[in-house]
Write a protein that binds this ligand. Structure first.
Ligand code: ATP
Length: 248
């Protein structure tokens, strides 16, 4: 059962600028081939947690001050982001971060370069991404900055997939997208999980979406993980229902 665990976060604490306590005790386990959703209100600490896992907090003057992050059995608290990516821990962060002046295809290829694989491998991976997101095929030669928000999210996910992740970490992939595009993106993610056993950790503001797609959800509140369980567990909690299962 221990070998089943791909990512473990224990008693994690983080601050910004030495003063703002953004995380004050987060515990989280992600098993291989599992989809785990991270839910919680604005400011609960979802983005901070995902940035901590990818070791990206220093770029925003944040730092982990206590606790431990273990990936694939190794303490990765001091492992650089690029080394994490090579080890298969790949993030799709908030805001999509496409290279707007590069074409859709150049953005995708950029995701495969760090791996050191040859042209034929890159080609094959590229074709796989186009098969997953057919609408990117027609847009392959357009600057990424000119395609729609949903397509930019597909580019960001496709670029991450080009790195052949084992654990894909996504920050609010549905942010600002229509229900239709959101459904399209979640369908692809669910397929990758089912067919290839890709492990997913997804921050998701909509509890409805989380319950629909995740095997398990972890609720963050004020920088703490306060509840963890499957759809039944979350649905049975009146407070969760009241706060999160609104009109969305
Ligand atoms: P959202 O859905 O709005 O992204 P979130 O759950 O991801 O919310 P975080 O962005 O992780 O929450 O924010 C957690 C806390 O840390 C909040 O109180 C926020 O104001 C604070 N915070 C986030 N980024 C910074 C920063 N760069 N500098 C200072 N404080 C920050």
């Amino acid at each position: 059962d221990h070998n089943d665990v791909l990512l473990r976060v224990e008693a994690l604490e983080a601050v910004y600028g030495g003063a703002v306590q953004a995380l004050s005790g987060v515990d989280l386990t992600v098993r291989r081939a599992e989809i785990v959703a991270l839910v919680g209100a604005n400011g609960a600490g979802k983005t901070t947690l995902l940035r901590a896992i990818s070791n990206l907090l220093p770029a925003t003057r944040g730092q982990v001050t206590a606790g431990r992050i273990t990936y694939d059995g190794r303490d990765v608290g001091r492992t650089r982001t690029d080394a994490l990516v090579r080890a298969g821990l790949v993030g799709v962060l908030e805001g999509r971060h496409c290279f707007r002046a590069l074409t859709v295809e150049e953005n995708l290829i950029a995701g495969g370069l760090g791996r050191g694989s040859g042209r034929a491998d890159l080609r094959a991976d590229l074709e796989q991404v186009y098969a997953l997101f057919p609408r990117l095929t027609q847009k392959r030669r357009l600057p990424a900055g000119l395609v729609s928000g949903g397509e930019q999210q597909m580019v960001a996910i496709g670029r991450a997939l080009m790195g052949r992740p084992r654990l894909l970490v996504l920050d609010e992939p549905s942010m600002g997208l229509s229900p239709k595009v959101t459904a399209e993106i979640y369908r692809v993610l669910a397929d990758l999980n089912r067919r290839q056993g890709l492990t997913l950790l997804i921050a998701e503001q909509s509890v409805t979406l989380a319950l629909r797609h995740a095997h398990r959800s972890v609720v963050l509140e004020n920088g703490r993980s306060v509840l963890e369980g499957g759809a039944e567990t979350l649905r049975s909690r009146d407070d969760i229902k009241q706060y999160y299962l609104g009109p969305r």
